[in-house]
Design a protein around this ligand. Structure first.
Ligand SMILES: Nc1ncnc2c1ncn2[C@@H]1O[C@H](COP(=O)(O)OP(=O)(O)OP(=O)(O)O)[C@@H](O)[C@H]1O
Length: 264
């Protein structure tokens, strides 16, 4: 792991029954990178992201995942120090994962639970500092007008922005976003991608985002990592991802993974 690497994945595999979801994957991520994780359905993208957060155990063997130099998992076991790593990781899921009956504000304030203690948070006794951080985060992602509205009455795009605000309150240094725009219309999707890009460029957050829309990967990310059948088959800049590589990753129907037109 180099001094500025924030994430190191070494030789990890994951098997479900007979199926190899990840097959000897190694990846080093430097602070401040914005990486698109692409690949066909079932290629292992979610399994990789969930493994980085310690939500999914990897197979035994020598495989290891470190975040900020601390172990997340090794030899098929999640580290007992995983909370130290997890507090620096904001996980954004396709289905937003907000508590529907709580206000947007409370959902965002919940990002502080790891720091202020579970019960205090559950009772809604937010310290002034958390309240200020939650409002600031809601402003940052452009949904502060909806702070008092119940989460389940908000649009998908508003909820997803709330989920990002929650990661900001958590003071996450790495954002793992698992298909964050898959359930959104193109306008809301672009807004969410713009926010992730701004947090990367302006706040120096490291972002890894899985995407089905390859045009978004090309437009928003500096590095593209492609998985196919659990193996990394491309790792490089978007500019070098040409038609030949796309056919290798997705097959001859690669145009289907572009929302707004494939390269010729
Ligand atoms: N809990 C599980 N039990 C059994 N098989 C699983 C489980 N989770 C994932 N898999 C299998 O592992 C493989 C990789 O799945 P994964 O969800 O990581 O792919 P993906 O690239 O994220 O797919 P998609 O783009 O469709 O979300 C698939 O074959 C999937 O069926």
């Amino acid at each position: 792991m180099t001094s500025e690497a924030v994430l190191s994945i070494r030789d990890i595999s994951k098997t479900f029954g007979q199926r190899r979801a990840l097959d000897k994957v190694s990846l080093s991520v430097a602070k401040g990178e914005m990486i698109a994780l692409i690949g066909p359905s079932g290629s292992g993208k979610s399994t990789l992201l969930r493994s980085i957060d310690g939500l999914q155990t990897i197979d035994g063997g020598d495989g290891a995942i470190d975040v900020f130099g601390g172990k997340v998992q090794h030899r098929g076991r999640v580290s007992d120090k995983v909370r130290d790593a997890r507090i620096r990781i904001g996980f954004i899921a396709q289905q937003f994962n907000l508590v529907g009956r709580l206000t947007l504000f409370s959902n965002v304030a919940l990002g502080s639970l790891g720091r202020i203690g579970f019960w205090r948070g559950m009772l809604g006794q937010w310290p002034a500092e958390t309240k200020a951080a939650a409002m600031q985060a809601l402003h940052r992602v452009g949904v502060s007008d909806y702070a008092g509205q119940r989460a389940n009455t908000l649009s998908g795009g508003q909820q997803q922005r709330g989920a990002i605000a929650r990661a900001l309150v958590q003071k996450a240094k790495i954002i793992l976003a698992d298909e964050p725009v898959a359930s959104l219309d193109p306008v809301s999707a672009r807004k969410v991608m713009d926010i992730l890009r701004a947090l990367n460029r302006e706040d120096g957050l490291t972002v890894i985002v899985t995407l089905h829309q390859v045009d978004y990967a090309l437009r928003y990310c500096d590095r593209v990592v492609a998985l196919k059948a659990g193996k990394i088959v491309y790792d490089g800049p978007p500019a070098s991802l040409g038609k030949t590589q796309l056919i290798e990753i997705y097959g001859p129907e690669f145009e289907d993974v572009f929302w707004e037109g494939a390269p010729q």
